[in-house]
Design a protein around this ligand. Structure first.
Ligand code: ADP
Ligand code: MG
Length: 369
């Protein structure tokens, strides 16, 4: 059993003028698979290294099962960490590589043998135990690195972008493998990645970070459908959420979003909430995902439309992504059915499904409704 509690953690490097991590506060449940996601440099590795004890904590406490770990040596923390660059010993066999840490601890040979074989079996690597790393594929390398962590039977796994070096197909495969392994072992795991798809597909819960600050902690679906702010909204989901700056204007008791080339009606439910919060007449940011755009002319007088020109198209099988010119912040994307009649430069009229829009405060960029 391993519950990890991070209380108001700060990290300040002497060379930096502001903290790298600010007020990281979170409880990670026993047996949970928690993913920390955010752009490069946001402090993911620093956070993980503080949990492992490889980096000093400037302020706050880390505890595992109610035991404060701040001053416990890394080797005494019962944590196993897997990095992106997991160098295996080239002159040792797979067996020896997996066993190495246990040998160093002078564990009983028989016990080592049991653990190594058990790990190899879990990882489907039994028939490779006598081989040397240079004969293995990238995915097998990664499994050996996992095996090395597993045999230590830690109460906590810390994985820092362990799949970044693998090619796309293998990465997708290994995501599933790591999840399956977690289901079998049930070891509490903290997994760090910059890849939002990886976070969405792997995490029981996901922590989104930006500039050393937690933006939101939620289950993947919640992050996608109820982002707390503009950053989360745009970071999760690909292509990113479309964003437009405009004003909320009331006309005859109805609320409209007004921007260049747009006069879109806000649905009643959202409108009353916006009214209550005092957003009438204010500048706001409106966001909607590419799938919230409709290109089929259901009726000649569709509401909530705008005109756009196709700048680029991407085919992804049954659907395609249209990159639209001259609208939104830095253009817009729409996801439509494929095949279609569209060509580069085609002019089209799209309508926005207004029940699927998000509204963000112009100043704070927090989600309003
Ligand atoms: P991530 O893993 O999310 O890419 P890191 O945790 O590696 O981010 O780094 C976060 C920030 O901390 C970066 O701006 C980086 O430059 C800074 N940083 C990391 N390690 C050190 C260090 N040893 N000294 C000073 N600054 C550091
Ligand atoms: Mg990192």
């Amino acid at each position: 059993m391993a519950k990890v509690v991070l209380e108001h953690i700060y990290k300040q490097y002497p060379s930096d003028n502001k903290p790298t991590i600010q007020d990281f506060h979170l409880e990670i449940h026993d047996k949970e698979f928690l993913v920390i996601v955010g752009p490069s440099g946001c402090g993911k590795s620093t956070t993980l290294r503080m949990i492992a004890g490889l980096e000093e904590i400037s302020d706050g406490t880390v505890s595992i099962d109610d035991r404060t770990m701040n001053h416990v040596e890394p080797k005494d923390r019962n944590i196993a960490m897997v990095f992106q660059n997991h160098a295996l010993y080239p002159h040792m066999t797979v067996y020896e590589n997996i066993a190495f840490g246990l040998k160093m601890k002078k564990m009983d040979e028989k016990e080592i043998d049991q653990r190594v074989r058990h790990a190899a079996q879990m990882l489907d690597m039994e028939s490779y135990l006598d081989q040397r790393p240079k004969t293995l594929s990238g995915g097998q390398h990664q499994r050996v690195a996992l095996g090395r962590a597993m045999v230590r039977e830690p109460e906590l796994f810390l994985l820092d972008e362990p799949l970044s070096n693998l090619d796309a197909t293998l990465r997708v495969h290994m995501r599933t493998e790591i999840r399956k392994l977690h289901q079998r072992l049930g070891t509490t795991t903290i997994y760090v990645t910059h890849d939002q798809t990886e976070a969405m597909t792997m995490g029981d819960r996901v922590v989104v970070m930006k500039d050393g600050v937690i933006q939101q902690v939620a289950i993947p679906n919640e992050l996608y459908h109820h982002p707390a702010n503009l950053f989360v909204a745009r970071f999760m989901g690909s292509p990113t959420m479309n964003v437009l700056d405009g004003i909320l204007s009331e006309e005859d008791g109805l609320l409209f979003f007004i921007a260049e080339g747009a006069r879109w009606k806000i649905p009643a439910e959202k409108a009353s909430s916006l009214r209550e919060k005092g957003y009438i007449g204010k500048s706001i940011i409106l966001g909607f995902r590419p799938e919230a755009l409709q290109d089929e002319p259901e009726s000649p007088s569709r509401p909530n439309t705008f005109k756009a020109e196709i700048e680029m198209m991407e085919h992804t099988g049954s659907e395609m992504t249209l990159y639209l010119k001259g609208v939104g912040r830095g253009g817009m994307t729409a996801r439509v059915k494929s095949p279609s009649e569209y060509r580069l430069g085609s002019q089209l009229t799209l309508s926005v499904k207004m029940d699927q829009v998000y509204i963000f405060d112009k100043e704070t960029e927090e989600a309003v409704v």
